[in-house]
Design a protein around this ligand. Structure first.
Ligand code: SF4
Length: 320
């Protein structure tokens, strides 16, 4: 049966074998990032809402977790900002109460860290992965096209407050866009903000899939290494361009549904899908052919090859 809120498990570059949970309708976000792999935001908001009943999400999760699948993490993510959903707290509480053996991660753009209620709801999670790309409003606006009421200074303060009360791991994602947040001044600003936030890990990421806006380019390995050296602290890793090899996702769900679910969240090449699903290239190509002929997927040439994506009208949910 096709699931509305659960996708995968998929093999994530950063998290390993990850069961995704989507709390947000496509594509509702407080940002409209130039690099977003899900296209432009259609509903830009900072108002938390009851998008879907928590019980509906929990019922789906219960069904999947009943068989105790092998997972590296359960991840709250989606093609939108999960902290906008009022179901965030109840879903986190459910997983940690009934399935404490699973690591629970939350991928967030961090913009609602200014909200004490959001910070409290995140406390039981094992790992929170927020994004920070600049400490300055002009670059913040250029990269994220945020809701007009959002100020990066307040968001950084929210991260700092959260660090003080949160015992879990904070993995801070720094998305690197050459020429925008790689100047000396930008990197000094980031360095100071990171020192204040004191995350457990900083992950440098860069463009890997077709972006929402064409001016965004990927950082080279040398550029990422330079950024790492300038930020100059221990606990920085270059997360971009790592492609782990799939081990166990193949057996978890129907192969066509797995490919559909993966493409709903992120455009992927055949090679990406081979890694994510554990299928052979031939099997992936065959399924893509059927989906393409059925009008479910479209293809577009990108820097790493041909990317396949679910056509927008077929998309109900996604990945952040
Ligand atoms: S990358 Fe994440 S935060 Fe940015 S617009 Fe896309 S879903 Fe929102």
């Amino acid at each position: 049966m096709t699931k509305k809120h659960i996708f995968g498990p998929v093999l994530s570059r950063r998290l390993g074998l990850s069961l995704g949970v989507d709390l947000i309708p496509f594509k509702t976000c407080s940002y409209d990032c130039a690099y977003c792999e899900c296209g432009h935001t259609t509903v830009k908001t900072i108002t938390r809402q009851d998008f879907f009943p928590a019980d509906e999400v929990i019922a789906e999760l219960r069904g999947v977790l009943a068989s105790h699948p092998h997972l590296d993490t359960i991840t709250l993510a989606g093609s939108g900002e999960p902290t906008l959903a009022r179901s965030l707290g109840p879903v986190i509480a459910f997983v940690k109460r009934e399935y404490p053996e699973y690591t629970l991660s939350v991928l967030t753009n961090g913009s609602l860290m200014t909200n004490a209620g959001v910070r409290d709801e995140l406390l039981p999670a094992d790992r929170v992965i927020p994004t920070l790309t600049s400490a300055f409003q002009p670059a913040f606006e250029r990269i994220h096209n945020p809701h007009p009421l959002l100020r990066i200074e307040a968001i950084i303060e929210g991260f700092v407050h959260f660090r003080k009360i949160y015992a879990g791991a904070i993995w801070l994602e720094v998305f690197v866009i050459p020429g925008v947040n790689t100047t000396d001044a930008e990197l000094e600003g980031l360095k100071a903000a990171i020192e204040q936030i004191n995350p457990d890990l900083v992950q440098l990421n860069t463009l890997d899939r077709p972006p929402a806006e064409e001016w965004v380019i990927a950082a080279s390995d040398a550029e990422l290494e330079r950024v790492r050296d300038v930020l100059g602290r221990t606990g920085i890793e270059i997360a971009g361009r790592k492609h782990p090899v799939s081990r166990a996702s193949k057996a978890m769900t129907g192969t066509t549904d797995l490919i559909r679910a993966t493409l709903c969240r992120r455009p992927s090449t055949v090679e990406d899908l081979v890694r994510t699903t554990g299928l052979s290239g031939g099997e992936v190509a065959k399924i893509l052919g059927v989906l393409e002929r059925g009008g479910e997927v479209t293809s577009q040439r990108g820097t790493r090859g041909v990317f396949y994506a679910i056509l927008p009208e077929k998309t109900s949910n996604g990945d952040s």
